[in-house]
Design a protein around this ligand. Structure first.
Ligand SMILES: Nc1ncnc2c1ncn2[C@@H]1O[C@H](COP(=O)(O)OP(=O)(O)OP(=O)(O)O)[C@@H](O)[C@H]1O
Ligand SMILES: [Mg+2]
Length: 371
């Protein structure tokens, strides 16, 4: 570390530094960047519970870096520039908008308590919440009216934060699922750059997200510290291991997508109409009350051969052009909730391909991920 650094702010989990000479690269870049150092200190319940989690700073720095990098590649603007070591990253300096945006897929923590929901109950729709970042007030839950009254953000900024938060949920939910992590909920902070752009800032780590193992629902996040569940360091290290392995897969896939993009035949580029059929079911690990009711009813009617029933959705789409990638995106973004549902789809051309084009295989775009 450079001794000439100036400490700008020390929070509960991180320190924000102004970079010393030469630390942040050329002058213009240095002027617009800060260094964030991640600490092992841990707090919970508005600072009432305090402790240390060995290795946490390193895990949170590296996990945040990998997830910011993924988001950037997917077109989400973030403050991440590059890592500077195990515990530090260079970030774009922003004025933090004093609002925490929380995205929830499954009931847990304060939401479960507030609404009387059982922890682990899947939410039929993604829930988005705002909290006012104010230590004195204990970060209260607020709505859009409060946001406007307190003049915390302009309406277009609120819209932007919300749409980015939902997009981030889609991207991270799918990517983490591949690492064996269920994204239960998470907290985001956004900031304004010098030019007024709203970008994602702060961190994305086991301190700010709830991650449960996809198979066992074991908690792999700060709840282990909050609730004295033990093996806290191990859980943090496990998240880093899984996200690091996942990042390797995400990079390979992107390289593959780029490499094959230019050579795809006309029919694969989807230049004629298509039908898509999408099948959505609850994941086998998720309770399906409707399925259970149908199962009971069938048994009551004497259909003893029925072993189990899962009820799902069947959606048909008429498309102007054939694009399995777009249908996959529609599934992830709207048609299915990848955290609690599996989906599968087929895309087939609606009409014969134009003369001279290679015939599409039928079905053309089977796919979908068993997420
Ligand atoms: N790119 C950035 N530019 C400026 N500030 C940032 C940036 N990214 C994060 N921050 C701010 O840096 C601080 C990081 O410290 P830390 O997370 O430890 O704070 P904290 O104890 O949670 O307190 P609080 O977030 O309530 O200020 C936070 O205030 C966060 O909002
Ligand atoms: Mg913080």
């Amino acid at each position: 570390m450079d001794d000439s650094r100036r400490k700008l702010y020390e929070g509960k989990a991180k320190i924000v530094w102004e970079a010393g000479p030469g630390e942040a690269g050329p002058g213009a870049e240095a002027a617009r960047t800060y260094i964030v150092e991640y600490k092992d200190d841990a707090t919970a319940f508005d600072g009432k519970k305090r402790g240390r989690i060995g290795g946490k700073g390193r895990v949170n720095n590296l996990v945040s870096a990998l997830l910011f990098d993924l988001l950037e590649r997917e077109g989400v603007p973030t403050h991440f520039v590059r890592t500077l070591g195990d515990r530090e990253m260079l970030v774009r300096r922003v004025k933090i908008i004093p609002v925490e945006v929380v995205v929830r897929n499954v009931a847990a923590g304060s939401l479960a308590k507030r609404l009387g929901l059982e922890e682990g109950a899947p939410l039929a729709r993604t829930v988005l919440e705002h909290y006012y970042k104010s230590d004195e007030l204990g970060d209260p839950l607020i709505n859009r009216y409060h946001l406007r009254t307190l003049d915390l953000a302009a309406d277009p900024e609120i819209d932007r934060m919300e749409s980015l938060a939902l997009r981030i949920n889609d991207i991270l939910g799918g990517a983490l699922e591949e690492c064996g992590l269920r994204l239960i909920d998470f907290k985001l902070e956004f900031g304004r750059t010098d030019t007024g752009e709203v970008i994602l800032a702060d961190e994305i780590s086991p301190d700010t997200c709830r991650f449960w193992d996809t198979e066992t629902n074991e908690k792999l996040d700060k709840d282990r510290f909050r609730r004295d569940l033990g093996d806290v360091e191990e859980a943090y290290e496990e998240v880093l291991r899984r996200v690091t392995a996942g990042a390797e897969k995400w990079r390979v896939r992107r390289r593959g997508a780029r490499a094959s993009g230019g050579e795809r035949p006309a029919h694969a580029r989807g230049e004629w109409p298509a039908h898509a059929r999408v099948f959505v079911t609850l994941k086998s690990t998720v309770l399906d009350p409707q399925g259970a009711a149908v199962e009971n009813a069938l048994r009551t009617l004497g259909y003893d051969e029925v072993k189990s029933v899962r009820v799902g959705k069947f959606i048909t789409l008429e498309l102007t052009h054939l694009s399995p990638e777009r249908v996959d995106e529609m599934c992830r973004r709207l048609l299915a909730n990848p955290v609690i549902e599996d989906y599968r789809f087929e895309v087939v051309p609606a009409t014969a391909p134009p003369a001279g084009s290679p015939p599409p295989g039928a079905p053309t775009g089977t796919g979908g991920k068993g997420q």
